[in-house]
Each structure stands twice: as C-alpha cells, then as structure tokens.
Design a protein around this ligand. Structure first.
Ligand SMILES: *[C@@H]1O[C@H](CO)[C@@H](O)[C@H](O)[C@H]1NC(C)=O
Ligand SMILES: *[C@@H]1O[C@H](CO)[C@@H](O)[C@H](O)[C@H]1NC(C)=O
Ligand SMILES: *[C@@H]1O[C@H](CO)[C@@H](O)[C@H](O)[C@H]1NC(C)=O
Ligand SMILES: *[C@@H]1O[C@H](CO)[C@@H](O)[C@H](O)[C@H]1NC(C)=O
Ligand SMILES: *[C@@H]1O[C@H](CO)[C@@H](O)[C@H](O)[C@H]1NC(C)=O
Ligand SMILES: *[C@@H]1O[C@H](CO)[C@@H](O)[C@H](O)[C@H]1NC(C)=O
Length: 673
C-alpha cells in the first residue's frame, strides 16, 4: 500500500514538472517568418500563369487591350448596372498566427483606373444608362476574405458582403468609394474607407482633402502597409509613375486580429449600381510576413504524453492522504534519480541517440481515419442514448443522430430503422458489405465514413459530422445562397458521383438532404443509399444505380437552381407542383429563366445558370435517349462545349417519376422504361 502510493507520488511529481516544462516550451520554439510575395506587373494574358494565379468571380474579366482586370465584365453584360465581381489571388495566404493571435504584416501596391463606361456605351451596350450623369458607381476595394467562391452584393456593397455571409464570414476591405451612400455613413462620393467585417467603414478619409479625385479617369496608385507589431496601418495614394504624396492619406492604430483567420484570400472586389463605371486594376504586388513557431518533434513532450495517458485511467485509484514524510522521501529519491540519470546521460552522449520504449500496456493508436466497427454501447454513449435532442433528421430508412466519440470527434450516426431492415429487399449483410466498401474510399467531396455498427440487430453507419449541416437547410431556408455558391455545390456533387461511378459504385440516395456543407461551404455527399431494392447481378445493379444517380442528379440540379423542393404541393399553379415537370414545360416554352430562384436577384450569371439547367434536364432523359454519364456531366460543367440538343418537349410517358412520394423517385423507376 505504502509503496504503491509512493510510486504514484513519484509519477505525479515527474509529471507535474514535465507539464510545467512543456507549458513553458509550448511557444518557445524558434520563430520562423512565413512570407509570401506575389507580383503582377500587369495582367496580360501573355503570362501563361495568370489564369492559374488569379481567380475571377462574378462579373470580372481580364481585358486583353488594357492588360488589366476589369470589373464588371464589359464583354458579357448588356446592362452594366448592378453587377459585382472579384479578382482574387488563387491561393490562400497566411495572415494570422492562431497560437498567439498575431496578425501578419503586409504591404501591397496597386495601380487602378476608374473609367466611366462611355466606351461600352458607344458600342450600344448600356442603352439609356449611358448618359453623363450615370457614371461614377460604385467603387473598388482591396479585400481580404475567407474563401475564393463568394461574391458580395452589387451597388453600395462593393462586392464585399452578401446575405449568406454570417458573423463567421470575416472580411477586411479598404474601399475606394466613388458613390455617396449616406445610409452607410459615406461623407461624399470620393472617399477611402477601412471596412472591418462590415460595409460601414470604421475609418473614412475624404480624399478630396488631399487633392485626389478617384473617378477622374487617371491612373491612381495606392499602397497599403500594415505593421503587425505596432498594429499600424498606412494608406498612401499617388499617381502612376510618380512618388506617393508624402503624407499618407491615412495612418493610425488598427488591430486586425479579430477580423482575420489563419489563411485567407487577397484581391479586389468592385461593383456597379444605378451608376456604372469600369474598375480597372492595372498592376498589383503583395508581400506578407507572418510569424510562426517552428514545431518540431521533442522527446520530452511525447514522454509526458505517455505518462499522462498511463495515469489517466478513468475510475482508477484516487489519491490517498500522504504523509509529510513520504513527500520528503519522494523528493530525495527523485533528486537522486535525476542525478543518476544526468550522470548516465552525460556519459552516454556521443553514443547512438536513445530511443523511446513504449510500455507494453500502451496500445499503438490506430490510424485515426480508418473506419472500424463500433458496438451499440459505444454508439449509444456517443449519442446520449440516441437522445431526442441529438436527432439531426430522419427519413423512411431511419434517423440521423449527432454524437461525440470519446476522442472528441463529432460524428453523425445513421441508424437504420427496424422497419426498413425488415422490409423486403434489404439485406443487412449486403448493406454492411457496401458500408465497408464505401468506408475504404476517400474523396474531398464525399463525407468520410468513420465506421459502422452491426450489433444486437441494429445497423448503423457513423459519418464525420459537418457543422454547416445539409444543403436543404440553406437552399430552402430563410437566407439566400448566391449563384456562385450554388454552382460550386452542383459541381462538387457531380465530382463526388463521378468518383463513385469511376470506382464502380453508386450513391443511390442523391438529394439535397444528402449533400452536406463544411465550414468553407465545400459540398460533400453523404447518407449513401447503400441498398437497391430488387435483385440482379452486381454488374447489372451497378449500371442501373449509376444511371439512377444521374437522373437524381438532374433533379437535384433543378432544385438548386430553383431554390425549391422537387415537389411542392403548396404551389398555386398545378403545373408548378412538380419541379421536373415544370422545368420541362418552361423549356418547351423557352422561358427557362422562370425556373431560377428569383431571390438570387441580378447576381446570377444567366448564361451559366441556363447551361446548368439544360445539363440538369439532360440528366433526366431516358437512358437510351441521351442521358449522359457523370463523366460527361463533369465535362459539360467544366467547359463550354455545346450542350447536346434537348428534345423540344418532355417525353411524358417515359418517366413514371413520382414526386409525391419523393422517396424512390428516380432510381427504382426511371431506369426501367
Ligand atoms: C522575421 O521578420 C522580422 C521582421 O520582419 C525580423 O525582424 C526577423 O529578424 C525575422 N526573423 C527571421 C528568423 O528571419
Ligand atoms: C479610360 O479613360 C481614359 C481617360 O479618360 C482614356 O484615355 C482611356 O482610353 C479610357 N480607357 C478605357 C478602357 O475606357
Ligand atoms: C442599339 O442596339 C439595338 C439592338 O441591338 C438596335 O436596335 C439599335 O438601333 C442600336 N442603337 C444604336 C444607337 O446603335
Ligand atoms: C471633403 O474635402 C473637400 C475638399 O477639402 C471639401 O470641400 C468637402 O466639404 C469635404 N467633404 C466632407 C463631407 O467633409
Ligand atoms: C436606383 O434606381 C431605381 C429605379 O430607377 C430606384 O428605385 C432606386 O432608388 C435607385 N437606387 C439608388 C441607390 O439610387
Ligand atoms: C511593388 O510595386 C511597386 C510599384 O511598382 C514598387 O515600387 C514596389 O517596390 C513593389 N514592391 C515589391 C515588394 O515588389
């Protein structure tokens, strides 16, 4: 008894000394500077890298004549009003050290020219908007944003933010605003502002004061410098080829750290409103330096982890009262032990390095991502006994629960209902086999399978948890997903299906609730169908389910474009209740635009959206009448190859597609015509 508590105490002392040590050392590694430099002396298309390095979003283009980035895209737009666009450097830049919350220092210089849109007008583009009084809107920003696929709203929003940007959407911008929007606190139509996560500027500079007129049509040069240790920002203005004005347009204290994430995207955004102008960016360079602490493996911290793991036996022996004498004795023994080990260590120096020997009773951790089998007890613990507060959703096959594994991982558990398992056509073993097959594959657009549970008559699949939930909540909820995000989701889903099909697998449950969004709004396909009712050879089944996936993908694409469910019995007009029917009808009448979710407003890239709509309709064709494979769909989405001609009218009798059940819909019916 006494000896065991003595040993325990010894461990405790060693452990605490190591813990203190490692806490001290946590950030004490050598400091390294993470630097990034990018430079665009011009935006000439002759530079082959430019299409890789620059990401254009919304209404933005590279102008060949001017070797400049232009927002909006004059060549596409008939009406230049109410457009927004972005041009971002394609790769994320490190702008914050999360360990210390220290922002990066950066400096950027760029030349810009705000031209009125007379050039476009004379080509008969803007019609009546081309009068003298219509130019001057809205403005340009240098912007720092968390993702590379969001475009902000047009008009006074300068392409900076939109409705889908919640508090998590951090954005910093320096605006060069040529429009006075008193509701956003603008003093005049010629100012520079600093916007921190909001379109209302926290600092505003009236640049008329320093003799600058942003929209005089001349080339301006701006330099923004941020000094992180001093939390100091300086904005200089000047003109091309000349020195900057000696006094900065603005300088002052600014703590950017609350508005930054570790990795962000940098670039420009601009918009037009009732008034238009062409925002040209002619050259740009950017340099940033952020500090990081070199993380190298250290023997000590690992040893401390082993000891910690050993003593942390849940429900194990608790500390007993220990006499002063024992503490004294322990200290003496410890001191001796340290001396002895120091002595041996110093003697051993120069020998081969010592290796860590793992105590036998410590199991090597399994690879964290390898799916494994769980017991019902484990899953039950993780989900608070399948508590009703943990229910994420349910369908005819079963329910989804949120859960947390002992290692802290958040998971989503699909628990198949007994009703479903007992229904004919489902075979627990076959489902299990499929779960294991799916569990072995990995793709950025597939929700990883963490494991399964086949125990006590239950069958469950354990998936990674996606904090942003499923697409239907975003699509049919209160907010409005912008077109760029919808397009990305459709592309992501297509990639996932194509990957599955290339592995001779199928998803079999393609719908908006199966598409999950991660924090960056990347879409991943989960909630696999696993089972196809009916029997047949594997090869036959796989072909049938793949064709069904394509059909379902088509309906899914329509749902995303239209922002409504495939069947909506509350629609007033009879013909609108079934989305697929409705979309074909509108196609017949050549009124496809009416399918689009009107809440998206003017930010839709019409040409692209119509293309996607046509691809969606193509997918719902009879297999023998031109339904494409997922590979062909990807190709059509990624290129501007002409879409195969759609039949003029929907081949009605061919789809026993039932939108009222909404369940088996495509796959059990569509392929057998
Ligand atoms: C990192 O950058 C800072 C300031 O730019 C400089 O003072 C420091 O010497 C640099 N450190 C290293 C390791 O290069
Ligand atoms: C922009 O305006 C300047 C000066 O008014 C003019 O010289 C130039 O041709 C214009 N460029 C474009 C592309 O409109
Ligand atoms: C503008 O274009 C329309 C149709 O594209 C044409 O009917 C009209 O005559 C044009 N106006 C001018 C001034 O060129
Ligand atoms: C901006 O500066 C100009 C020139 O100094 C001045 O005439 C104008 O009143 C200022 N505007 C505001 C809103 O302060
Ligand atoms: C833009 O024009 C429309 C219609 O002419 C008008 O209703 C709206 O108030 C204008 N918006 C702004 C910001 O001037
Ligand atoms: C960025 O460009 C400006 C203007 O061309 C130039 O003066 C400056 O030296 C450049 N900075 C870097 C770091 O290349």
């Amino acid at each position: 008894m006494a000896s065991s508590s003595f040993l325990f105490l010894l461990l405790l002392l060693v452990e605490s000394s190591l813990v203190v040590d490692s806490a001290k050392k946590k950030f004490a590694g050598p400091v390294v500077n993470v630097t990034k430099h990018l430079s665009f002396p011009d935006f000439s298309l002759d530079n082959p890298r430019i299409v890789h390095d620059l990401r254009l979003l919304g209404s933005a283009k590279l102008s060949k004549e001017k070797s400049a980035v232009q927002i909006p895209d004059v060549s596409k737009a008939i009406d230049l009003r109410h457009l927004a666009g972005r041009a971002l450097y394609s790769f994320p830049v490190r702008l914050l050290d999360p360990a210390t919350g220290t922002p990066a220092s950066f400096e950027t210089t760029f030349d810009f020219q705000l031209n009125d849109s007379f050039v476009a007008d004379s080509k008969n583009h803007t019609g009546s908007a081309g009068t003298e009084s219509s130019h001057g809107g809205s403005g340009l920003t240098f912007i720092i944003v968390p993702d590379e696929f969001t475009v902000g709203r047009s008009g006074p929003w300068l392409g900076m933010l939109n409705d889908a940007c919640d508090e998590e959407y951090k954005a910093v911008a320096v605006e060069f605003d040529t429009r006075c929007n008193p509701e956003f606190g603008d003093p005049n139509d010629n100012h520079v502002g600093i916007n921190l996560g909001s379109i209302v500027s926290t600092r505003i500079i009236n640049v008329s004061d320093i003799g600058v007129s942003l929209k005089d049509g001349s080339i301006h040069r701006a330099r923004i410098r941020y000094d992180s240790p001093k939390r100091w920002i300086e904005i200089h203005l000047g003109s091309e080829g000349q020195e900057f004005f000696s006094a900065p347009a603005f300088s002052g204290f600014l703590d950017l750290s609350p508005y930054l994430k570790e990795y962000m995207f940098v670039g420009f955004s601009a918009s037009t409103g009732n008034l238009t102008q062409i925002h040209n960016i002619l050259s740009w360079n950017f340099t940033s330096t952020s500090q990081a602490f070199l993380r190298i493996p250290s023997e000590e911290t690992c040893q401390s982890k082993i000891i910690l793991g050993n003593t942390e036996t849940p429900g194990g022996p608790r500390r007993e009262p220990i006499s002063n004498f024992l503490i004294f004795a322990a200290a003496v023994v410890l001191a001796l032990a340290v001396l002895v080990s120091l002595y041996y260590n110093s003697k051993r120096r120069g020998d081969k390095p010592s290796t860590i020997i793992l105590p036998e009773n410590i199991q090597r951790p399994r690879p964290p991502n390898k799916p494994r089998s769980f017991t019902v007890n484990e899953v039950s613990c993780a989900t608070h006994g399948f508590g009703e507060y943990e229910v994420l959703g349910s369908d005819y096959k079963g329910s989804f629960y949120r859960g947390k594994l002992p290692n802290g991982c958040q998971v989503a558990v699909k628990r198949f209902s007994t009703h479903f398992l007992n229904s004919n056509g489902s075979d627990g073993r076959r489902i299990l086999k499929e779960i294991c097959t799916i569990g072995r594959i990995r793709h950025p657009n597939l929700v990883p399978v963490r494991g399964w549970c086949h125990d006590k008559g239950e069958l469950m699949v354990i998936y990674d948890f996606f904090p942003n939930g499923s697409l239907d909540k975003w699509l049919f909820g209160a907010g409005v997903l912008p077109w760029t995000r919808r397009f990305k989701v459709i592309k992501d889903a297509a990639e996932a299906l194509n990957f599955l099909h290339s592995k001779k697998l199928a998803h079999k449950n393609m719908k908006t609730t199966s598409v999950l969004l991660d924090v960056t709004f990347r879409a991943a396909l989960g909630d696999f169908g696993f089972v196809l009712s009916g029997s047949g050879s594997r090869k036959f089944e796989s072909a049938v389910s793949q064709a069904a996936d394509v059909f379902e993908f088509g309906v899914f694409a329509l749902e995303v474009i239209a922002g409504r469910r495939r069947s909506d019995l509350e629609m007033e007009e009879e013909e609108e209740k079934d989305l697929l029917n409705f979309a074909w009808r509108l196609h017949e009448r050549n009124e496809k635009v009416k399918v689009f979710d009107s809440r998206m407003g003017s930010l839709v890239n019409l040409e692209q959206a119509i293309r996607v709509l046509e691809i969606g309709l193509l997918c719902t064709l009879n297999e023998s009448k031109g339904r494409p494979s997922m590979e062909e769909v990807i190709d059509l989405l990624a290129t501007d190859r002409p879409i195969p001609e759609l039949p003029l009218s929907r081949p009605v009798a061919l789809f026993p597609y039932s939108s009222t059940t909404g369940l088996c819909a495509g796959y059990s019916c569509a392929p057998f015509q």
